[in-house]
Design a protein around this ligand. Structure first.
Ligand SMILES: [Zn+2]
Length: 245
C-alpha cells in the first residue's frame, strides 16, 4: 500500500521519472521520505520551534537572487541543494549563496532517479557535483539530498563515503506546480504546525530552481518562502541543517 502522502511524493516524480517505476514495496521504500528500509537519513530532530528552510534544484538566475534578498531582509540562513550542472554554469551565484552564510548541499549533477541509476553513474553524479561545488565555494559539501527522494542503500553509502550526510524532509507540497503562493504557504504551515504539535522540528522543501527547466518560474515558491518567514519570525527559530548534526 502507498499512503495518500506517499502517493503525493510518487506523483511528485513526474511522468518521465515515474513511468518506469513499478508501484510496490520497492517504490514505496525507495521514494517515501519516512522509509528507513534503505538507510537512515536526516529529516528533523525532536526540537519543536526549529525550522530549516531548504531549497532544491537551483541555482536559478532569476529566482535565487530574489530569494537571497528576502532571506537577507529577514536575517535568516537556509540550505540550498544545488544541481552540479547548474552550479557550474553560474559560479558567481553559488559564491553569493555561500558568502551570505547559507549552507550548500549536493543534489546530484543532472537530477536522475538514483534508485534506477547504475552505481558507477551514481558515484559520478555525486562526485562531480561535490568537486564542482567545493571548487567554487572553497569548503567541503556536507549534505546530500537525492533527487525525488529516490534512493537505494548504495546511494547513501556513497554519499557518506564522500563525507556527506543524506537528507530527506518532512514538510513538502507540490510548490513546483502550484501557481498560488498562498496555497503553498498554507499547506506548508499546516504541516509545520502539525510537526510542532508532535514535538518535531520542520525540514521544509521549496524549489528555487527547476530540474527540467533552468529558467523555471519560481515566483510562487519564493513568495511562499517569504510568507513562512513572516509567519514564523517571532515564534520560531530558522536554522540551517548544520544545526542538526
Ligand atoms: Zn530536486
Amino acid at each position: 500500500m502507498i499512503s495518500p502522502l506517499a502517493a503525493g511524493i510518487y506523483e511528485g516524480l513526474g511522468a518521465a521519472a515515474g513511468a518506469g517505476l513499478a508501484v510496490g514495496a520497492y517504490a514505496y521504500a525507495s521514494l517515501w521520505p519516512g522509509s528507513r528500509i534503505f538507510g537512515a537519513a536526516l529529516t528533523a530532530p525532536a526540537r519543536p520551534g526549529e525550522l530549516a528552510l531548504t531549497f532544491d534544484d537551483g541555482p536559478n538566475a532569476t529566482w535565487t537572487p530574489r530569494l537571497l534578498d528576502i532571506l537577507a531582509q529577514h536575517e535568516v540562513r537556509a540550505t540550498f541543494f544545488l544541481l552540479g550542472s547548474r552550479a557550474a554554469a553560474q559560479p558567481e551565484l553559488v559564491r553569493r549563496i555561500a558568502a551570505a552564510g547559507h549552507t550548500i548541499g549536493n543534489h546530484s549533477w543532472s537530477h536522475p532517479n538514483l534508485a534506477r541509476t547504475r552505481a558507477s553513474h551514481v558515484r559520478e553524479e555525486l562526485r562531480q557535483t561535490s568537486e564542482t561545488l567545493q571548487q567554487i565555494i572553497g569548503a567541503p559539501v556536507k549534505f546530500f539530498r537525492p533527487p525525488f527522494g529516490a534512493r537505494r542503500p548504495v546511494v547513501f553509502r556513497m554519499a557518506r563515503a564522500m563525507g556527506m550526510e543524506p537528507v530527506l524532509w518532512n514538510a513538502m507540497t507540490s510548490d513546483w506546480s502550484e501557481p498560488s503562493a498562498d496555497r503553498i504557504a498554507k499547506q506548508l504551515m499546516n504541516k509545520i504546525d502539525g510537526l510542532q504539535r508532535r514535538g518535531r522540528a520542520a525540514n521544509i522543501v521549496l524549489h528555487d530552481g527547476g530540474h527540467r527547466d533552468a529558467a523555471a518560474n519560481r515566483a510562487p515558491s519564493v513568495a511562499a518562502a517569504e510568507l513562512l518567514l513572516e509567519r514564523y519570525a517571532k515564534s520560531h527559530r530558522f536554522v540551517t541543517l548544520d544545526a542538526w548534526c
